[in-house]
Design a protein around this ligand. Sequence first.
Ligand code: NAD
Ligand code: UGA
Length: 435
Amino acid sequence: MKIGIIGSGYVGLVTGACFAHLGNQVICVDNNLEKITLLKKGKPPIYEPGLEEMLQENIKRKRLFFASRIEQAVKNAEVLFICVNTPPKENGEADLSYVENVSREIARNLKEYRLIVEKSTVPVQTGEWIHKTIKLIQPRESLFDVASNPEFLREGSAIHDFLNPDRIILGVSSARAGKLLRQLYASFSAPLVVTDIKSAEIIKHASNSFLATKIAFINVVSRICDATGADIENVAYGMGLDPRIGPGFLKAGIGFGGFCFPKDLAAFERMAEKAGVPFGILREVLNSNEEQKKYFIQKVSNALWNLRNKTIGVLGLSFKPNTDDMRFAPSIDIIQGLQREEALIQAYDPQAMPKCKTIFKKVKYAKDAYQAAEHTDALAVLTEWDEFKKLDLKRIKKLMRNPILFDGRNIFDPAEARKLGFHYYAMGRKLRRTR
Ligand code: NAD
Ligand code: UGA
């Protein structure tokens, strides 16, 4: 099929590359000319494992094209995916002005039937607004349908997630739209949920909100473990064996971040409030996530006494491993908190340092994890990159001024770290592994 992707960021690029990989003709549009120039050369402007190879392969096979004007996608593709950003406004609501601008631009260029699909995460009723917006400019309703096809990929494993989804949600309002989308996803074996547009929109917001609630819940339980001497790893394992709970998203840490959970929870809560259904649970989840970051900072200052002029090595800056994405990364609040206490930060991340450099000028950036540990008063793991799990802790200890280790992601064996002579602090864990 001929597909147009509007907005070539983390979601748009992966969606475009994967549809091309499956044999479709895809044109990816972005109004950021720098991105398009890079993409035409087969270079992704973001780090996502496997993406560069997939882009280059499909450009070579003439299945994947890039353009800076929406008009080019509307002219050439029958199905248009809106993948632009939906950032949070000051009050938490989703800023839908990017979606509106794209809808207008599509409408101005509509000459024959096009299916316009929301893939950006949007509040319920956005589909109606897109329909109204297009109709204002292009009153011939037979020329277009609007549909919703929310995306559930995770950064860092985006290609795998896109190609192997747990479910495919199709929110449609006409048989023609349903038929086109079923055709597009015909080669996937995941369960297909065909529903109305509003339900599809809510499925996405409710899913992210539910997952984030699970994380916030286990994080509070980890604080209880810290306070009482229990072990969160065993607690989460024991809970997760109940299939009604499940083991996923029960990893305690320094709090969730990223471009999705924080903003989607806030947007869902705002939307619920507008609909007259206050959703206090979500407010509490967001507050508790802020508390978790503060709790980590407190752990550091409780152990180091004064932070002033003490050097803290930070391992990991991105909001999760295998991505360079710094949006709403917990590392930002944690570094800011430590700097407020006048600690000196030297940090290393395998991919996120270029983006982090635009956020923090007063951080010393190291060339690797060992350099980040040199002459430090303490070392803090903020992102669980695989390469940190394999570090030579003996060497790390020798490099540090004081062997104090804060394992914000519970990646090291507590008993081993302590045997090596570290003062080891984790999130809700006991000294000894009991499993
Ligand atoms: P992003 O910022 O990486 O990408 C959005 C892109 O849209 C940018 O490159 C921007 O330049 C472009 N854009 C904005 N206005 C445009 C216009 N008028 N014309 C052409 N291009 C335009 O954002 P993202 O992370 O890809 O997220 C996009 C949407 O997908 C959001 O709603 C997000 O919640 C949702 N989502 C994201 C993920 C994820 O893992 N990042 C997963 C599922 C859903
Ligand atoms: C999340 C969802 O998992 C995707 O299904 C969804 O498509 C996406 O948001 C979106 O809508 O954009 P993503 O944000 O890429 O994906 O990454 P996750 O793996 O969900 O992690 C989010 C945050 O939660 C990270 O900061 C991570 O460290 C944290 N987390 C995750 C935990 O602290 N504990 C866990 O057990 C799991």
